[in-house]
Design a binder for this molecule. Structure first.
Ligand code: F6R
Length: 242
């Protein structure tokens, strides 16, 4: 791991944006894997700022997102597609043809997963995958489980995740109970992984990245087997690591 402890959230976001921008400068047609949630918001804001300053262009990239809620259409206010559109894609000139997302609306779950798998296989490998981490150690929506699931699949969200995500909805009962997510194998195929964590609730989960134990009950622990992971955390998260 390359890992860096940043003084505060803004610094973490700036450092992350530098890594993303460098990737795109070196390879303008990079495939970038994006995450939603609160953690990368500062990173996306910084990328929007850099785009307006002409420090980075997203014209030739391809994007792949980790996950989507089952039952929410692209234009639903709480869909992850909409989140990405509002916070980044729509603000930096990314066209719909550049965007790849698992579909939350489908008749046949297996087919929906296969369709995303085909898109992922066609692209070969994601150059840079941005990840947040759940307090329970989930990455994407790969929740704690007895096994690692390799490919795109449907998951039941845990009560803890539903509660954590209820803040984006009017009421907890509106949070979808299922999501469609890239699997652990898809994430592990990325050439470079950039994991961000700033909230102290993530400290234990982040510690699992350094435990020496790979355990599907803490899905992020698999990242210890990846050859190229950058972990950027704030000091609130790092206190357990010393
Ligand atoms: C989002 C995702 C999730 C989040 C995680 C942390 O696409 O895949 O794994 O990264 O739940 O969420 P926040 O950043 O909201 O704490």
């Amino acid at each position: 791991f390359q890992w860096m402890v940043c003084d505060h959230y803004e610094e973490m976001s700036r450092q992350a944006a530098q890594i993303v921008a460098r990737q795109i400068q070196q390879k303008p047609d990079s495939v970038i894997g994006f995450a939603t949630g609160s953690t990368p918001l500062g990173l996306y804001q910084e990328l929007v700022r850099m785009y307006h300053n002409k420090e980075v262009s997203f014209e030739r990239i391809q994007t792949f997102n980790l996950d989507e809620y089952v039952g929410l259409a692209k234009d639903h206010p709480q869909s992850y597609y909409r989140f990405m559109w509002d916070h980044l894609f729509g603000q930096v000139g990314i066209q719909e043809s550049q965007i790849h997302f698992p579909s939350g609306i489908f008749q046949d779950a297996k087919q929906a997963c296969e369709e995303y798998e085909i898109q992922l296989q066609r692209i070969g490998a994601i150059d840079l995958q941005i990840l947040g981490i759940g307090a329970n150690g989930h990455i994407g929506f790969n929740e704690p489980s007895d096994v690692f699931v390799m490919g795109t699949h449907i998951v039941q969200l845990t009560e803890r995740t539903i509660e954590a995500n209820a803040r984006f909805f009017q009421d907890k009962s509106e949070v979808p109970r299922q999501a469609i997510t890239m699997g652990i194998g898809n994430i592990m195929k990325a050439r470079h992984i950039l994991l961000l964590a700033n909230d102290e609730s993530k400290a234990e989960a982040v510690q699992s990245l350094f435990s020496g134990v790979v355990d599907p009950r803490v899905p992020a622990s698999i990242l210890q087997l990846h050859p190229n992971v950058s972990v950027l955390v704030t000091s609130e998260v790092a206190y357990l690591l010393k």
